[in-house]
Design a protein around this ligand. Structure first.
Ligand SMILES: Cc1cc2nc3c(=O)[nH]c(=O)nc-3n(C[C@H](O)[C@H](O)[C@H](O)COP(=O)(O)OP(=O)(O)OC[C@H]3O[C@@H](n4cnc5c(N)ncnc54)[C@H](O)[C@@H]3O)c2cc1C
Length: 84
């Protein structure tokens, strides 16, 4: 049997980088609770990298875990996160 991959969302944001995560946060702030609908963010990774600090990771002055954040924590619990 074929797997169903249907998302029941009113707004879909593609990509969990800076643009996607901050778009989700901004929509939550801008739209009132009643008019928000269901906002979903689809990304291939469940984390977001803070790219400006990658050179510090490469040089060894920062640990990789200090420049990655879980998308679900960054975007806020009202944005549904889907990873594929
Ligand atoms: C070393 C470095 C330093 C930087 N320093 C600065 C700085 O000081 N100031 C500044 O303003 N900018 C800086 N930038 C640039 C900034 O990081 C980027 O402009 C920004 O990350 C772009 O955001 P984005 O959301 O468009 O893309 P990304 O952050 O690349 O996000 C794309 C997202 O889409 C997801 N994705 C991609 N393809 C698919 C797919 N097929 N299906 C599902 N998901 C997918 C990826 O997993 C990722 O989560 C720097 C970049 C680098 C590399």
């Amino acid at each position: 049997m074929e797997k169903q991959n249907k998302l029941d969302l009113e707004v879909v944001i593609l990509g969990g980088g800076f643009a996607g995560v901050y778009c989700g946060k901004s929509l939550l702030k801008t739209l009132s609770k009643g008019s928000r609908g269901r906002i979903g963010l689809v990304s291939d990774e469940n984390y977001m990298e803070f790219q400006p600090m990658l050179p510090e990771v490469v040089s060894g002055s920062l640990s990789p875990r200090h420049v990655v954040n879980l998308i679900s924590l960054r975007a806020g619990s009202s944005v549904e996160s889907h990873f594929r």
